[in-house]
Design a protein around this ligand. Structure first.
Ligand code: DAH
Length: 348
């Protein structure tokens, strides 16, 4: 037997193996690795420790005692090492599970979708604010209106041709969706005595639908009734209002017109806010934009509301709000105002 052959026959040194076990144990990161380590060292059939015990028979009798003690020390070290490692792995798993279940307070919060004031309402607010400073309060009336308040009391008796121009939505006999906010004038004068200074913002309805018309749109109505009110009061009020609403340099122009409920009547234009009156596509090159209808309250309307026209006089006006919102905020199509697409509303 050569020395080499002899050393190959010598059983492995159990004392040196403890260090190898520690190295292997340090590299284990999960349960699977731990199981492999356990089977490799402590497996019943081919485990290293079992193999060392089986080698006992090849150890010279005088060394067996030391050898056996060394194997036992190794076995105890491996068992303790496996147990400690198992504990560490369990601890690590528990920490990972806890972390993934916890609320992460550093995440950004989810914001609730908060609405914004609708562009039409922004304009209505501005208008109401300006008129409040001029001494007008806000009145309201129903959108389902009687034929009497929407037409008859405004000097449009049943066969009056002006009724045809309003594209009315008729409901039950005698009821309509109000075609304008002017019936609120009537309701106010029925309920109160002069002096009266009110505006009425609200929805109105007409059977009309294209890029510039929507079947539902908004108007602001105005009414002032007292002793001694003249056309100059109307003109001064509207000029003050329109210059506040648009720009101090805005030009205001009154053209003669006709409404059954006012006499005389006027249509009121402002210099186009887009081209300052130079002429552009929005004002069709004229430099002027028609903004409202107005006039002195027709004495017959006052009479129908039981207000004596020999003592009292008044002026009234009415205007569309949505067009002002469209031009102010650059909305090209009136229906975009009522789609309520948040992307549009959030831009304003
Ligand atoms: N009611 C009219 C319309 O809807 C607007 C209007 C014109 C109202 C003249 C008025 C007024 O109060 O005096 O077309």
């Amino acid at each position: 037997m050569t020395p080499e052959e002899a050393s190959a026959q010598r059983p492995a040194d159990p004392g040196a193996l403890a260090g190898r076990f520690e190295e292997e144990a340090a590299a284990v990161g999960d349960r699977g690795g731990w199981d492999e380590l356990r089977i490799r060292w402590m497996g019943r059939k081919q485990g290293i420790v079992r193999g060392l015990l089986a080698n006992m028979k090849d150890v010279p009798p005088q060394e067996r005692r030391d050898y056996g003690q060394a194997v036992n020390r190794l076995k105890t070290a491996v068992e303790e090492g496996l147990e400690r490692l198992e504990g560490e792995l369990e601890e690590r798993e528990r920490a990972v599970a806890q972390r993934s279940a916890a609320v992460d307070v550093t995440l950004p919060g989810r914001r609730p979708a908060v609405g914004a004031v609708h562009p039409t309402n922004l304009v209505i607010r501005d208008m109401a604010q300006i008129f409040a400073e001029l001494g007008f309060s806000v009145a309201e009336g129903p959108e389902v209106e009687s034929d009497y308040h929407n037409f008859t009391a405004l000097n449009m008796p049943p066969d009056h041709p002006a009724r045809d121009t309003q594209d009315t939505f008729f409901l039950d006999p005698g009821r309509v969706l109000r075609t304008h906010t002017s019936p609120v004038q009537i309701r106010t004068m029925e309920a109160r005595r002069p002096p009266i200074k009110i505006i009425c913002p609200g929805r109105v309805y007409r059977n009309d639908n294209d890029l510039r018309h929507s079947p539902m749109f908004h108007q602001v109505e105005g009414l002032a009734v007292a002793e001694g009110i003249t056309f100059a009061d109307l003109k001064g009020t509207l000029e003050a209002f329109l210059k506040r609403l648009f720009h101090p340099d805005t030009g205001v122009r009154l053209r003669p017109s006709y409404f059954p409920f006012t006499e005389p009547s006027a249509e009121v234009d402002v210099t186009c806010p887009f081209c300052d009156g130079a002429g552009c596509a929005t004002c069709s090159g004229s430099g002027w934009l028609e903004i409202l209808g107005a006039g002195m309250v027709n004495p017959r309307v006052l009479e129908m509301c039981d207000i004596d026209p020999r003592r009292y006089s008044g002026f009234a006006f009415g205007m569309g709000v949505d067009r002002v919102a469209m031009s102010r905020y650059g909305v090209p199509n009136i229906r975009m105002l009522f789609d309520n697409d948040e992307r549009l509303l959030r831009q304003i």
